[in-house]
Design a protein around this ligand. Structure first.
Ligand SMILES: [Zn+2]
Length: 475
């Protein structure tokens, strides 16, 4: 996988830059003593371990009896607690929504020490990641996507391409602005897509995202290292795949919204009616073979899985959500109908994710926060629960948010595991996540770059911002 290697080079420069900046100002060493370590490699949990952190990195991990605690180290009692690698949410939209006062504090407070952003103004994203790196803003490590779509997309921060030439120039401009990867969207025309893939390869960045309507999932798997959601897979599993994609590719870009909605519902119905298990198994085995990473984003469908179940909307955490966003969430969900893609995809994805995992498709935990009721950080814990519901063991689910993201990013030597030499991004839990995956929510301490995070301050920051936005402290 040459593409992975090239991305790794680019990313490691970014990551090591961040490590250096923090190491300069690192605090006293930390010792987490007598703790159960789940190291992310897939090895069984090891009890009564002591983990030493210094200079922003994990220095040693070993049995408490034989691991010396450096003089002057700050001790954290790990007795009756579990230590896991910092979590990653591999599908967020963090920068378009008040990053410093909403996504950044909430992700980090929930133990999400790293996130992959799926596209906003790249220079804005670069600015905020610079602030995090310099230690001026508390937030997770961010990997930045630059979004590419067809000419019909009117969103101002999206790069558009109708032709192969435009696609090459768009990729160049996104890379020049500082994008870590190219996020392709559904309406990139076929020729533009292949040109963009080629140009991305030349520039040493990879592409991930939706499978554009003009290309098949099989074709996209040769160019994309990552695929998002399972809507495209759902289409690829339909006997009418080609016809459905052709209709979407040829649809007039300026069709009135009502007509567009009608098409979406018509397609959702047909995808369900023409689902072909044999065809689906073949596509899934192809994805396992190409090593394509898939991010199912099950959490985004959660409100559609159990309509009326308000617990999945986390009402007690609404105080952290800016009021205008909460109002938008409400109307979006009210408009949903059983025939919508989201509702259909909800059930498709839960079943297919388990099937993909059993077939050997590599999975990443990602949420699509802050789409309706996806509270940054908190929703990643929902995603882990849903991954277990789809058939992964708690250990396998944990790895989709730790080891697998580091592997996908080509950064296993610095991230994703609790091993000596890795950056000290850690989450200490009050309960065993392997006996019940919901226990990842029972956080005692979050550590990023070797420093203990002030979680209360982060929650306070988000709550104060939400209140300023007009929400008030009422639920
Ligand atoms: Zn998204």
């Amino acid at each position: 996988m040459m593409r992975v290697v090239r991305l790794a080079a680019a990313l490691l420069i970014a990551l090591s830059a961040s490590a250096c900046a923090d190491a300069d100002a690192a605090d006293a060493p930390l010792a987490i003593t007598n703790v159960v370590v789940i190291d992310g490699t897939g090895a069984p949990a090891r009890s009564d371990q002591t983990v030493i952190v210094a200079g922003g990195r994990i220095v040693s991990v070993g049995p408490s009896a034989s691991t010396a605690v450096p003089r002057g180290a700050r001790r954290i009692d790990g007795r009756g607690r579990w230590l896991i690698p910092g979590l990653w949410d591999m599908h967020v939209h963090a920068f378009g929504n008040e990053f410093p006062d909403f996504a950044a504090p909430l992700l980090l407070a929930h133990g999400v020490t790293g996130a992959r952003d799926m596209g906003f103004y790249v220079d804005t994203a670069r600015f905020w990641t610079g602030e995090v790196r310099a230690g001026r803003l508390a937030g997770p490590r961010m990997v930045i996507g630059g979004r590419l779509d067809g000419p019909a997309n009117r969103t101002p921060w999206v790069a558009r391409a109708a032709t192969a030439d435009e696609a090459r120039r768009a990729v160049d401009s996104l890379v020049a602005a500082g994008a870590d990867f190219i996020k392709v969207y559904s309406r990139v025309p076929r020729d533009a897509y292949f040109a963009a893939a080629d140009q991305a390869r030349r520039r040493g960045v990879k592409i991930a995202g939706h499978v554009p309507h003009g290309v098949s999932t099989r074709e996209a798997a040769r160019h994309q290292d990552g695929m998002e959601h399972e809507d495209d897979l759902m289409r690829a599993c339909s006997a009418e795949d080609e016809a459905l994609r052709r209709e979407l590719a040829e649809a007039p870009p300026d069709a009135p919204p009502a007509l567009q909605l009608e098409t979406i519902r018509d397609h959702a119905r047909r995808m369900r009616a023409t689902y072909d298990p044999a065809r689906c198994a073949a596509v899934i085995s192809m994805l396992a073979h190409t090593g394509t990473y898939l991010t199912p984003t099950l959490a985004v469908y959660q409100p559609y899985m159990a309509p009326g179940d308000t617990s999945v909307m986390h009402p007690s955490a609404h105080r952290y959500v800016p009021r205008p966003m909460l109002a938008l969430w409400r109307t979006r969900l009210q408009r949903a109908e059983p025939s919508d893609t989201s509702t259909v995809a909800a059930f498709f994805s839960l079943e297919r994710t388990g099937e993909m995992h059993r077939a050997g498709v590599r999975l990443l935990a990602g949420t699509d926060a802050p789409l309706p009721y996806l509270i940054p950080g908190l929703s990643l814990h929902d995603e882990l629960v849903l991954l277990v519901r789809s058939g992964l063991t708690p250990m396998e689910a944990l790895r989709t948010a730790t080891y697998n993201p580091a592997d996908y990013l080509g950064a296993l030597d610095s991230l994703g595991t609790v091993r000596p030499g890795r950056l000290a991004d850690l989450v200490l839990l009050n309960a065993d996540p392997l006996s019940d995956i919901r226990n990842t929510r029972r956080i005692h301490t979050v550590i990023t770059n070797g420093r203990v995070v002030d979680r209360a301050a982060l929650f306070g920051r988000a709550e104060a911002y939400a209140r300023r936005s007009g929400h008030g402290s009422r639920r």
